[in-house]
Design a binder for this molecule. Structure first.
Ligand SMILES: CC(C)(COP(=O)(O)OP(=O)(O)OC[C@H]1O[C@@H](n2cnc3c(N)ncnc32)[C@H](O)[C@@H]1OP(=O)(O)O)[C@@H](O)C(=O)NCCC(=O)NCCS
Length: 222
């Protein structure tokens, strides 16, 4: 897989903010990633695109990777978006020589409950298994830190994210009314059962194997 996962470091803060603006344009105030690095209960993971460091010809990482098999219309739309990424007046957080981040995920763990506070993938990099890779990594990390379950809030309208969470055993356990400040939308509370249970471990192993088979093996290093 052309993506790998590692912990967020302070040099990633500008790109993480850029991804947050892309994934959560309504979010205010924005997350201070530099401050979060000092938060003892917080852990942030990033998915970075490995091709940049492995090739010498300076690519435009803002250009979307080609998932293959697109129709002509999709190809034209991607060409236009990619050309936008090359405009000289466009300011970007990524600088040549840095790893290019495609997405991030944040967890706050309190005792045995790991709370996923945010997961976002750049819009040009969605549908490529990156969000799922970040969630897999979060669950692996939660297990390493002896969490028993994971929980999160998700907009009732965000069926894409709900699909991802449901795939990994989260189910709707409650509703927070008017949880989101921008439009007073409700949030579902979604929670896993015990991730230490044998049955969960077995299902998780199977899902990780399927992800690897579909997208290739991804290095997870933290
Ligand atoms: C939600 C998000 C992180 C998913 O990341 P992604 O990299 O696009 O997702 P993946 O390619 O890894 O897909 C994993 C699963 O997500 C779900 N999913 C992804 N795209 C979907 C789509 N267009 N429609 C329905 N389900 C979708 C599916 O369950 C998919 O598994 P499948 O391919 O076996 O069906 C991404 O869409 C995003 O950043 N959205 C904006 C921010 C956001 O809503 N974050 C969640 C806040 S709670």
């Amino acid at each position: 897989m052309p993506f790998a996962v590692r912990r967020l470091v302070v040099e990633d803060a500008a790109q993480a903010s850029e991804i947050e603006r892309d994934a959560f344009p309504e979010m205010f105030p924005p997350t201070s990633f530099a401050r979060e690095l000092g938060n003892r209960v917080a852990r942030y993971l990033v998915a970075w695109r490995r091709e940049e460091v492995e090739s010498d010809d300076a690519p435009n990482p803002y250009a979307e990777p080609d998932p293959g098999g697109d129709g002509a219309g999709v190809g034209v739309r991607r060409f236009i978006r990619n050309a936008r990424g090359l405009l000289p007046w466009r300011t970007t957080a990524w600088e040549p020589g840095q790893q290019f981040l495609a997405g991030f995920l944040g967890i706050w763990q309190v005792i045995d409950e790991a709370h996923i506070i945010s997961v976002g993938v750049r819009s040009g990099y969605r549908g490529l298994g990156v969000g799922e890779l970040l969630l897999i990594s979060a669950i692996e990390q939660a297990r390493e830190h002896n969490a028993d379950r994971l929980t999160l809030e998700v907009r009732v309208s965000n069926y894409v994210a709900q699909n991802l969470y449901t795939k990994y055993g989260f189910s709707k356990r409650g509703l927070r009314k008017a949880y989101y400040a921008d439009n007073r939308e409700d949030a579902y509370i979604m929670t896993t059962g015990s991730i230490r249970a044998h049955s969960y471990a077995e299902e998780f192993r199977q899902l990780v194997a399927e992800h690897e088979q579909r997208w290739g093996r991804a290095c997870r290093d933290w």
